[in-house]
Design a protein around this ligand. Structure first.
Ligand SMILES: *Cc1c(COP(=O)(O)O)cnc(C)c1O
Length: 390
C-alpha cells in the first residue's frame, strides 16, 4: 500500500479564504496581535453570545490565565477529571495549586457528578471545578453549577472539544465563570495553535487581558491606536506572553464562518457510524440529550473486550494495517507517571476510568473525510470485529 492510501486520524479543513487571509496579514506587515485578532474576538463573542472573548496562543495558556484570574494559588485545590489531556491539570500546577482528580461516567466519559460531590464533601481547600466536555458532549452543567454554587467555588470549563456544543440549549461558553476553547490543528476550529476564553465576568476579562501580554495595561495594538504616546505603557503584574498572532486569527475568522458547515459534516459522519456499527461487539458514544449540539470532535468507541479475542492495542494495529489511523483519548492522568507519583494515585481510586481506558478507541471524524473515507473506516471496523468476535 502506498502512503497516499493512509487515512490519517485527523486533518484540518483549511479553505482558500483562510490561506488568502494569512497572505493578507503577511502583506500588511501586521503579524502579531492586531486588527484580525480584534475581528476574530468580536465574531467569536457574537457566535457564543458571551460578553467577552479573549484570544490567546493556546487553550493551555487560556486555562492558565482563567485560573490565575479567579485567584487560584499555592495551597488551593481544583477538581477535574482524570480522563483528560495533561494540559487541563498542568495549568493547576503552574499556579502552585493541586488538582484533585475524579472518576468519570462510563457512558459519557465526563466527570461523574457523584464523584465530584464526594470529593467536595471530603473537605480540603477546593476553589474551582474544571469540567472537560469530552469529545464535544457537554458535562451535566446543571448539577456541576449547583455543586459549585453550594460550595461557593468557581467553574472554569475546558471546552477544547466543545465547539459548537450546547447544554440544554445553552451554548458552552456561556455557563461557567470562564470557558476555554482550543484551536489546535486537530480541533473542530483550527488555527494551528490558538485558543479563546469566553466570560461574562468583567473582572476576569480585565485580568486576562492584562496577564496575557506581560502584565501590560494596554495591548500593543491599542498603544498604536490611542492618543497617548505610542512608546508609553505600564507594567502592573508579572504577566505572560500568551497573545494570539494576527496570522492565526486570519485563519480563525474564516474557520468560524464555516464552523456550522464543518460541524454538520462531522454530525453526518457520526450518524453514519451510529447506523453502520451498532450491531458489532462495541459500545457507541451515548448522546445524553438528542436536542443538544454535540461538536463531534472525537468519535470514541468502547470495544466489548469480553466478546472479542483481541485487545484494544491489537485492534489499533489491525486498523493501521488497513491503512486507517486511530487514537486513544485519553490515557487517564492517574496512570501517567508524574501525576501518579506526585499524588500517589492508584487505579482502584478510579475504577471506571481505569477499566474504560482499556476499551477506548477514537475513530477518524473530520469534515475533510469523503463518503468513501467513512465507508472505508466502517468496512475495516466491521471486518476486524466480526473476524475477532468470540
Ligand atoms: C487539545 C486539548 C487541550 C489543549 O489545547 P491546546 O490549544 O493545544 O493548548 C486541553 N484540554 C483538552 C481536553 C484538549 O483536548
Amino acid at each position: 500500500m502506498s502512503d497516499n492510501d493512509f487515512l490519517p486520524f485527523a486533518l484540518p479543513d483549511i479553505g482558500e479564504q483562510e490561506i488568502e487571509e494569512v497572505c493578507d496579514s503577511m502583506r500588511s506587515g501586521w503579524l502579531t496581535t492586531g486588527p484580525k485578532v480584534k475581528q476574530f474576538e468580536a465574531a467569536f463573542a457574537a457566535f457564543i453570545s458571551a460578553k467577552h472573548a479573549l484570544a490567546v496562543n493556546s487553550a493551555t495558556s487560556g486555562l492558565h490565565l482563567a485560573l490565575e484570574a479567579i485567584g487560584i494559588g499555592p495551597g488551593d485545590q481544583v477538581l477535574t477529571s482524570t480522563h483528560t489531556f495533561t494540559a487541563t491539570a498542568e495549568v493547576i500546577r503552574y499556579l502552585g495549586a493541586d488538582p484533585v482528580f475524579v472518576d468519570i461516567d462510563e457512558d459519557t466519559l465526563n466527570m461523574d457528578v457523584a464523584a465530584v460531590e464526594a470529593a467536595l464533601s471530603r473537605g480540603g481547600n477546593v476553589k474551582a471545578i474544571m469540567p472537560v466536555h469530552m469529545a464535544g458532549q457537554a458535562c451535566d452543567m446543571t448539577a456541576l453549577c449547583r455543586l459549585a454554587k453550594d460550595a461557593g467555588i468557581r467553574i472554569i470549563e475546558d471546552a477544547a472539544h466543545a465547539l459548537p456544543t450546547t447544554f440544554n440549549g445553552k451554548r458552552i461558553g456561556t455557563i461557567g465563570d470562564a470557558t476555554v476553547f482550543s484551536f489546535y490543528a486537530t480541533k473542530t476550529l483550527a488555527t494551528g495553535e490558538g485558543g479563546m476564553i469566553t466570560t461574562d465576568d468583567d473582572a476576569i476579562a480585565s485580568r486576562i487581558r492584562t496577564m496575557r501580554l506581560h502584565g501590560i495595561s494596554r495591548d500593543v495594538f491599542d498603544r498604536y491606536q490611542s492618543d497617548k504616546p505610542s512608546w508609553y505603557y505600564e507594567v502592573v503584574a508579572p504577566g505572560f506572553k500568551y497573545n494570539m498572532p494576527d496570522t492565526a486569527a486570519a485563519v480563525g475568522i474564516h474557520q468560524l464562518a464555516r464552523l456550522q458547515e464543518m460541524s454538520g459534516r462531522r454530525r453526518e459522519i457520526a450518524n453514519r457510524y451510529f447506523d453502520a456499527l451498532a450491531d458489532l461487539p462495541l459500545e457507541l458514544p451515548v448522546p445524553i440529550n438528542m436536542d443538544d449540539e454535540h461538536a463531534w470532535h472525537l468519535f470514541i468507541i468502547r470495544l466489548a473486550l469480553g466478546r472479542l479475542d483481541i485487545d484494544r492495542n491489537r485492534f489499533i494495529e489491525l486498523m493501521a494495517e488497513c491503512g486507517i489511523g486511530t487514537s486513544v483519548h485519553f490515557i487517564p492522568l492517574h496512570l501517567q507517571p508524574y501525576w501518579r507519583d506526585k499524588y500517589e494515585l492508584v487505579p482502584g481510586d478510579f475504577p471506571v476510568a481505569t477499566a474504560t481506558y482499556e476499551r477506548l478507541v477514537s475513530l477518524p471524524i473530520y469534515s475533510k473525510m469523503t463518503d468513501e473515507d467513512v465507508e472505508r473506516v466502517i468496512a475495516a471496523v466491521r471486518d476486524i470485529l466480526t473476524t475477532h468476535r468470540k
